[in-house]
Design a protein around this ligand. Sequence first.
Ligand code: APR
Ligand code: ZN
Length: 303
Amino acid sequence: MTSDSESKPQTDMPSFVSTLKSCKHIIAVAGAGLSAASGIPTFRGAGGLWRKYDAITLATPQAFKENPSRVWQFYHYRREKALAAQPNPGHLALAMCSVPSIREKILPGASFTLITQNVDGLSRRALDQIAEMHPELAEEIRSPVVQDSLLEMHGRLFDVVCTSSKCGHREHNLDSPVCPALAGTENVFAQNQPEPHIDVADLPKCKKCGSLARPGVVWFGEIPWHLRDIDVEVRKADLCIVVGTSSKVYPAAGYASEVQARGGKVAVFNVDRSDGDQRADFLFLGPSESTLPKALGLQDDTE
Ligand code: APR
Ligand code: ZN
C-alpha cells in the first residue's frame, strides 16, 4: 500500500518535460475543455450544455427520431458557434506535435496521435493554420500521415449524413445556416428559449437521395469512430496526455488507465479536478490553452 503523499501526481513541469523526452509513443485524449478558450461551451463544466439541457433529449438516436426539428436546432447552434470560433494555443500546440518535421524538434523520435472527443473541427483547423503560417509545410500537413493522426472519435459537426440505410451518403458541409429554415434558431439554445417547430421537409436533406439528413456526430448509444486505430495507439502508448475532459464518457475515459496498466505514464491538463486525476503521474491544473504550450516547450516561461 502506498501513502497519499507517495501516490500524489507530480505537478512540476521540469519532471514532466524530462519524462516527455524519454517517451516514444505519445497519445493525447482531448475533450471540450480544450476548446473552451475558443468560446465553445463544455458539457459538464461550469456553464456546460448538459447542465442546462438533458442530453437524452438532444444527443441520442431516439431524440432525433422523436424530434428532429429540436435536435437540428441544437446542432445548428453548435455549428454556428464552431464556425465563429478560432483554434486556441492549446489546439495549436497539439497540432504542432502532429506534424513530423515540427515534432522532431520538440519530441524527437516519438510518434504522436491526437484522439479527440470534440466535434468542433478546431484541431483540424489548427493544422490548416500552421500550413498557412508555414507554406513549406503545407504538403506535409495535408498528407495522410498527419491528417490520419487526428482521430475525431465522436464524429464531426460539419459532416451531414443521410438517414436512409439504403443511401447513407456523408458529406462535409460548412454551410451557414445548414439549411434556410434553421436561420436564426441558434438563439433558442443560446438563450434557453422554447424552440419553434420546423417541418421535417424543411430540415437538411441528403443531396443524393433527398431523405432527411442528420448531423455526422456520434450520439449516446452509438459506436465511436476509429476504435480499431485508437486501440492500436493506446496499446503502444508510453504516455497519455489527457486534456480538458471530465473523463466521464467511455471509452475515452478509460484510455489513460489502459496506458498506465501497461506501464505508461499519464499527464492530466484540466482547469479543475477531474475523474481519475488522483491516479495520474502528472497533474497540471489550469487552462490548457496556457499549460499545454508551456509543458510542450512551445511558450516562453518568462512572459
Ligand atoms: N482548460 C482545461 N480544461 C478545461 C478548461 C480549460 N480552459 N475549461 C474547462 N475545462 C475542463 C472542465 O473542468 C471539464 O473537466 O474540461 C472538462 C470538460 O468536460 P465535459 O464538459 O464533460 O466534456 P468532455 O469530457 O469532452 O465530454 C465528453 O460527452 O456529451 C458528450 O459527446 C460529448 O464528447 C463529449 C463527451
Ligand atoms: Zn441519401
